[in-house]
Design a protein around this ligand. Structure first.
Ligand SMILES: C[S@@+](CC[C@H](N)C(=O)[O-])C[C@H]1O[C@@H](n2cnc3c(N)ncnc32)[C@H](O)[C@@H]1O
Length: 232
């Protein structure tokens, strides 16, 4: 990983560059991700993220914390929060922004236990592909304290396969439609392509039940997205 994402966060935080990140996938054209969005305050967060933050309680783990926006809000409210991220730049920025407990590590290497585990801004993306969902759910389950909760958001991206007449061009012989090859570039440099998974709610729920977990939808978002709560 070249950590282009982390470099962009550091530039934004240090005020050295205000260029946006450019993203695209194997099924969609270029889009821009304004860096400002990754430093959003509570008021600028989507409703499903605000809801997740309000539901957080006890020892909380913020998985893929990025610039630490969710962690910061919870820490300010007096919660014990730990942020983890695989991006060196993201961890550095989170530290600079005042997150007290922050660790550079992938989710599968976390071993502490928590009352609340947050995975936000398409939290299922970290699972990468459908075949990995069970592995991640088993691991997340092992990190839950008794009566703990996992709060995770994602989207049903079936709409991305619709044409103008409302028909879909989903090929049912292909992999699950939410599995995307995801590309990002910043200041002319392109990151090594990543796999990024969007999961519709029913598929997430089925995977949870198969792992001995309960899964309920907390609320729908504005655009095919949703917040789910997973418990033991
Ligand atoms: C879409 S960003 C979301 C950042 C932040 N949660 C937010 O809402 O602003 C996803 C983050 O997950 C991190 N990430 C990706 N895979 C990860 C993994 N296996 N374990 C921990 N963090 C991961 C990325 O480095 C990135 O910072």
């Amino acid at each position: 990983m070249k950590d282009i994402f982390g470099k962009a966060l550091l530039d934004y935080h240090n005020d050295t560059c205000k260029e946006d990140i450019v993203t695209w996938t194997h099924i969609s054209n270029e889009d821009t991700l304004p860096l400002e969005y990754l430093f959003r305050g509570f008021e600028d967060m989507p409703k499903i993220e605000q809801k997740a933050l309000k539901m957080a309680k006890g020892r909380t783990l913020d998985v893929g914390c990025g610039a630490g926006s969710h962690s910061l809000w919870l820490q300010d409210k007096g919660l014990y929060v730990k942020g983890i991220d695989t991006s060196k730049g993201a961890v550095e920025v989170s530290k600079k922004r005042g997150i007290k407990n922050i660790s550079l590590k992938p989710l599968l290497e976390e071993t502490e236990q928590f009352d609340t585990i947050l995975l936000l801004m398409n939290g299922t993306g970290i699972f990468q592909e459908l075949s990995q969902v069970t592995t991640y759910l088993h691991h997340l389950k092992s990190l839950l304290l008794p009566k703990g909760q996992i709060l995770i958001d994602s989207s049903d991206i079936k709409y991305m396969y619709e044409d103008e007449d409302g028909g879909t061009w989903l090929d049912l012989n292909q992999n699950y439609y939410g599995e995307l090859d995801y590309f990002i570039s910043y200041k002319g440099e392109t990151e090594i392509p990543m796999k990024w998974l969007y999961l519709d709610f029913q598929t997430l729920k089925r995977a949870c039940l198969a792992t001995g977990l309960q899964c309920e939808k907390v609320m729908d978002g504005n655009h095919f997205d949703y917040l789910a709560k997973i418990t033991t």
